[in-house]
Ligand binder design. Structure first.
Ligand code: NCD
Length: 324
């Protein structure tokens, strides 16, 4: 049976069959929601705590809705703005959480690796990474994959251009890893200052010109300029940036005629994307991404709850440590 892991910390270790298991389950949730049918309550009796050490709108709301729709008791703690001191704060947080005994813990944190550390400190609990620093954002890559699969009918042999602030983006990293694993071609497009050195080694092509990078692309994925993670001036001005890297009709005309346009949000209209392009439903699937976000988070919560219950069952029978 696929997707046996206790936590979802990244997409790096997911096999194609694990990805397919999540997407197939999520697809069912999305179809039922469109028909107005309820999903049942597979999370009844479980407590889900959402811990957000960074601001978030859609990811937080989406995890909250997903947990509630499946019948979990959901509590969200927004700790953004508090001075997060690595190490001590996280260990204290883990101790507090252990006392609350959550079953599912959704964590967003500004430090890469913090969610992994927390997963080692909390007892008997499935941990989901909702974005850790520049490292990974696994549910975003999975919801993007579902959106692409619905629009294109497949995830292999596609040309996907991920454009903009690659250097600071966990969305770019998780998408690159997942799409590469599913045998699509990934191009990273952006100014040299926003492309991490040596990124080609992950198996992608790199372009500094939008016109070249978008040529014939099936999927155009735009990224926000992550100013909160930038040190120093990495772009000349927003106006100049839009001129060279903002997605407008002229640049989009280089992509395949039936290409889709994606953006994880929040969007800076007029900076990385022309507002009219974002709203043009002939290409834009940005709203579908939000819809698929809830469905994918439901699927992931459900699969991890299944694994948790099985692990607890084995432990109760003396058949090994939890998650062992
Ligand atoms: C992204 C994130 O937080 O990494 N947003 C999201 O989860 N929808 C991208 C971003 O903040 O630009």
């Amino acid at each position: 049976m696929p997707f046996r892991q206790p936590h979802l910390l990244g997409v790096e270790h997911l096999r194609p069959e694990d990805v397919a298991a999540v997407l197939d389950l999520a697809q069912g949730h999305a179809e039922r929601a469109r028909k107005g049918h309820g999903p049942g309550d597979p999370l009844r009796g479980l407590t889900q705590v959402n811990l957000f050490f960074e601001p978030s709108t859609r990811t937080q709301a989406s995890f909250e809705l997903a947990g509630r729709r499946l019948g979990a008791d959901v509590m969200t703690m927004g700790v953004a703005g508090s001075s997060v001191r690595k190490g001590e704060t996280l260990i204290d947080t883990a101790l507090t959480l252990n006392a609350m005994r959550p079953d599912l813990l959704v964590v967003r944190h500004p430090e890469a690796g913090a969610v992994h550390l927390l997963s080692q400190k909390v007892r008997s609990c499935a941990v989901l990474n909702a974005g850790d620093g520049r490292h990974e954002h696994p549910t975003q890559a999975l919801l993007d994959a579902l959106t692409i699969r619905r629009a294109k009918g497949r995830l292999h042999r596609l040309t996907v251009a991920i454009c903009g602030d690659i250097a600071h983006s966990r969305v770019a990293r998780s998408n690159l890893l997942l799409l590469h694993r599913m045998e699509s071609r990934v191009r990273l497009v952006g100014p040299r200052t926003l492309l991490p050195a040596g990124i080609e080694s992950l198996g992608c092509e790199v372009f500094e010109s939008m016109e070249e990078g978008l040529s014939g692309a099936d999927v155009v994925m735009m990224l926000r300029l992550q100013r909160e993670r930038m040190e120093g001036a990495l772009i000349p001005s927003e106006r100049e940036y839009f001129h060279r890297y903002g997605l407008d009709a002229a640049k989009l005309a280089r992509a395949a005629p039936d290409c889709i346009v994606m953006h994880p949000g929040p969007m800076n209209r007029g900076v990385e994307i022309d507002g009219a392009i974002a709203d043009d439903i002939r290409h834009s699937v940005i709203q579908t991404q939000v819809e698929m976000g809830v469905a994918v988070r439901m699927a992931v919560l459900e699969l991890l709850a299944r694994n948790l219950r099985e692990a607890r069952g084995r432990e109760a029978l003396g058949m090994g440590d939890l998650f062992g």
